[in-house]
Design a binder for this molecule. Sequence first.
Ligand SMILES: [Zn+2]
Ligand SMILES: [Zn+2]
Length: 264
Amino acid sequence: MSLSYSILASGSTGNAFYVESENHSFLVDAGFSGKQMETLFQQIGRDISKLSAIFVTHEHSDHIKGIGVLARKYKLPVFANEKTWRAMESSVGEIPTEQKFVFQMESVKSFGSVDIESFGVSHDAAEPMFYIFHHEGKKLVLITDTGYVSDRMKGTISNADVYIFEANHDVQMLRMGKYPWNIKRRILSDVGHVSNEDAALAMSDVIGDRTKRVYLAHLSLDNNMKDLARMSVTQTLASRGIIVGEQFELYDTDAKIPTALTAV
Ligand SMILES: [Zn+2]
Ligand SMILES: [Zn+2]
């Protein structure tokens, strides 16, 4: 059996990603309350208590809201790098020491035949990092919450079978929108979030002959729309000679509804 995954929910209001192999299952981030996380798991027919581990990307609340509750209630091991542990300590509350694990940036942890690789991103958090799941020659990349995609990141994430890729905002909507200027500047900065267009430009450099599915994730509630993100990414990719639907498909994610469990 290969790796399967569901984007449980993704957007500026909260993020949670589920991945499983035949013997293990993993949660990356829990940006919702414990109750909401339980509902999301019910919707994909999976059991939180069976999780092998939770991985944390960074300490922003849309990624860690449910971490403490789930860790305590289900006695789950939680992995994060040292700086993230320190930064989220006060928000997640007490987690027993034996459930706290350090997972440094640019390292690999193995659970049976699944290798989980961490890599750094450019975002205004203590030490933000995302994850690549490797299993039987397949590669699933998760990358949101980055102000840009560096050449180093591109090298690490290139030619994956599946991408869960941030398409945070439409630059025009953000500029015209209601956010105060300092927030707009933060989002547009190198340590903010990638726009639809910048996401597509980065995708055009990393999509390879193995790529089958790309999911647009972490859409801003106020500064983006699914159709706009899809159109903008499709057009930008086309301008680089990459045609959606020819070799790979582009999918939406939802801020509240999980994507169906899908094999990589
Ligand atoms: Zn963030
Ligand atoms: Zn976020």
